[in-house]
Ligand binder design. Sequence first.
Ligand SMILES: [Zn+2]
Length: 329
Amino acid sequence: MPDFDSRARDLMEQLPEDSDVTHEEIVDLYEKCYGFKITGNDLDNIVQRKLAKQTGAEVSTGAQGGDQHYEITDLGANHDEEWISLTGQVLTIWDDVPDGIAQKGRIGDDTGTIEFSLFEKSLQSNPSLEVQEGKSYRFESVVGDYYDERIRVRINSRSSIEEVDRSFSPPESDVIGLLGVIVDVVPPSGLIKRCADPDCSYVLDDGECPDHGVVGDHEFDLRIKAILDDGEEYHRVVFPLEQTESLTDISLADARRLAEQEYDHTVVEQKVGDRVLGRHVEIHGRELDNYIVVNEAAEYSLRQTESEATIENSAEQLIEQLQSVGRSA
Ligand SMILES: [Zn+2]
């Protein structure tokens, strides 16, 4: 659920003083609409229309040029459905895009990169939104879109895009090596369904693809999203198919069989969780959208440290003493 608090606060300030609408009511309204899967422009429009009807005041969120400017690395889950602005360079525009989408690719600034999309209907109503590969722009009033644990931005008909004369060099994503313990498995992990459209690999949420809507067809995949504790901090890591298979000894075929037997594909998440939780692993991977995508993983056995050995010895001695007490009594 996005944080609708600041948008409600924004709207409250625009309402006449004698209006009896409360901050909580606005947040509730946002949350209710969001619960019905109303997002982006539609969401704000509904809330604004409703407030206008109730109070007679013209109010609006976003697209005011007043939305906050961010560096890409600072964007995350809490920016879902938020109006944001950023300045960056269009690094790539993908050739194959799903129906209904005019442009899709990656934007980078000096702090990171992010995926963007521009829908056909937005481009039709505002042709100045088209971007070119290699050029830099200031993107105003784009909307954060957090899905499958990754933040992206949507350019929409109320966005404005202005070319800027600047180039950016996003940080190279180096190979990261870590040793740590897997302390949590994050859903959706295990057997997941991806959109079967050949140009799309989004994970389906309840049979729904963010680009294609409800899709009848899907492809199975096996993965683990996990939290790795290296003793200093927590890292979000994702093990793709091959690494998941070798780490859990469960193949994609096994996983599908298991899900079919149980009539439930979430049993696989449980099963892979049981196999990996608490295990010590050494991983190598690259950072992508706040996750480390693992391309090598190996288990390592933790050598007993001296203090642990001492504790174990004294525990054994204690047990022996207690047993001998028990015998003599
Ligand atoms: Zn799709």
